[in-house]
Design a binder for this molecule. Structure first.
Ligand SMILES: [Zn+2]
Length: 117
């Protein structure tokens, strides 16, 4: 058996609409969701999702995919507000499991280069 020396793990995420449906301004529906594994988003068939909400979420998702310190707020805080200040929707980011990836399959930069010098 060949040992995989360049494996790393990321959390798989499910982002779900939560909150008070009666006070949502945008076209969100409680329970709507999408999933993220690695670099790929998956939406259920026929379900739409606001581009403004997606734009608010996207900067946080790669951080939420990584293993974080238990004292880091990125570990404990799970809800993001809709960017429309009049909308009551929240988006709950749920870590559903971990997937394994290989460095050599995700970049051409060799292992050992950190850019931290
Ligand atoms: Zn909204």
């Amino acid at each position: 058996m060949t040992e995989i020396y360049d494996e790393f793990k990321l959390w798989d995420l499910r982002i779900e609409v939560v909150g008070d449906q009666d006070h949502m301004v945008c076209d969100h529906k409680v329970g709507d969701y999408f999933e993220l594994s690695g670099e790929n988003l998956r939406f259920p068939d026929g379900q739409s999702f606001s581009i403004y909400s997606l734009a608010a979420l996207l900067p946080l998702l790669p951080a939420k995919q990584r293993m974080t310190d238990m004292n880091d707020w990125m570990t404990t805080d799970t809800e993001v507000a809709c960017p429309d200040p009049y909308c009551a929707a929240r988006f709950r980011i749920i870590r559903t499991g971990k997937s394994s990836f290989r460095h050599s399959e995700t970049t051409v930069v060799p292992l050992g280069q950190t850019g931290n010098e």
